[in-house]
Design a protein around this ligand. Structure first.
Ligand SMILES: Nc1nc2c(ncn2[C@@H]2O[C@H](COP(=O)(O)OP(=O)(O)OP(=O)(O)O)[C@@H](O)[C@H]2O)c(=O)[nH]1
Ligand SMILES: [Mg+2]
Length: 262
């Protein structure tokens, strides 16, 4: 029952358990939101502005090394915001990437916000696509819009949103501009008022054939797993962490939690 209630939170981690305990006490549903993004895009600035906490920010990449958590409420709804370390990808090449990837995959947030740099959109989109492969509950926060304006870069966020199939919101996190719209988009995605349909560039045909072959085998082992296709892609990329999770049965735990939640 509590598993059902807290679907979206990782009940195996201390933060998830703490959240579970508090939710039992208050009897209210708390929605979890992950803040992902390349290094130095303003994730912690968004986190601080929304939660009122003071997670470390500064003008160099790699400031956030562990995940930080804080809450805020809007319209009678409470959100648990999780500030993740900056990553260029989720392929677990580094501890930071593992922390971010594991939370998005195993923590199953109700919504993942990918904070991107408006002045370097193309480079930042790689991570957006990787996150959209894991989950369709995604909102893109196009931050540093002031820097983009200052350097003459025009970002059409509506067009971006259309092309990605998920909401995109322009923000200046350091001044608070756009953050109300960001929270409104997050809320609509969580409540199902916005139905996302992520558009991810197709992978090479050879990879697709291998993945098509692997997916039924993974499903045979873990019938309740929702992300079998994503797991298959990571396996052919040689992601050792996913391979270990598959061999050790860690994926079975995830599949059971997903089954209990649905
Ligand atoms: N001009 C401008 N500066 C911003 C904006 N958002 C954040 N900053 C600044 O950008 C720098 C990086 O912000 P952080 O919030 O620390 O970035 P981060 O994504 O958490 O960085 P990592 O934790 O290292 O990945 C800080 O100096 C912020 O004050 C913005 O919208 N406009
Ligand atoms: Mg940070």
């Amino acid at each position: 029952m509590i598993g059902k209630f807290l679907r979206g939170n990782c009940l195996d981690c201390p933060a998830g358990r703490a959240l579970a305990d508090q939710s039992v006490e208050t009897g209210t549903r708390v929605y979890s939101i992950a803040l992902a993004g390349n290094p130095n895009t303003g994730k912690s600035t968004v986190f601080n502005a929304l939660t009122g906490l003071r997670q470390h920010t500064g003008n160099w990449p790699g400031k956030t090394v562990k995940r930080a958590e804080g809450r805020f409420s809007r319209g009678g709804v409470t959100y648990q915001l999780v500030d993740l370390p900056g990553t260029y990808s989720l392929l677990s090449a580094s501890t930071d990437e593992e922390i971010a990837r594991d939370f998005i995959l195993f923590g199953e947030p109700d919504c993942t916000v990918v904070v991107v740099d408006a002045t370097a959109l193309e480079r930042n989109l790689n991570l957006v696509f990787q996150v959209m492969e894991i989950t369709d509950k995604v909102v893109v926060c196009v931050n540093l819009m002031d820097e983009a304006r200052r350097t003459g870069i025009e970002v059409n966020v509506d067009r971006l949103s259309e092309e990605l199939g998920v909401p995109a919101v322009g923000t200046v996190a350091s001044s608070g501009e756009g953050l109300d719209d960001l929270v409104a988009a997050i809320s609509k995605v969580i409540q199902g008022q916005i139905v996302t349909s992520p558009k991810i560039p197709p992978p090479p045909a050879a990879a697709t054939a291998l993945v098509d072959d692997l997916v039924p085998r993974i499903r045979a082992l873990y019938p309740d797993l929702r992300n079998a296709r994503w797991i298959a892609y990571r396996l052919i990329e040689g992601d050792y962490r996913i391979r270990e999770a598959l061999m050790s049965g860690e994926l079975a735990g995830l599949a059971q939690r997903q089954a209990g939640a649905s």
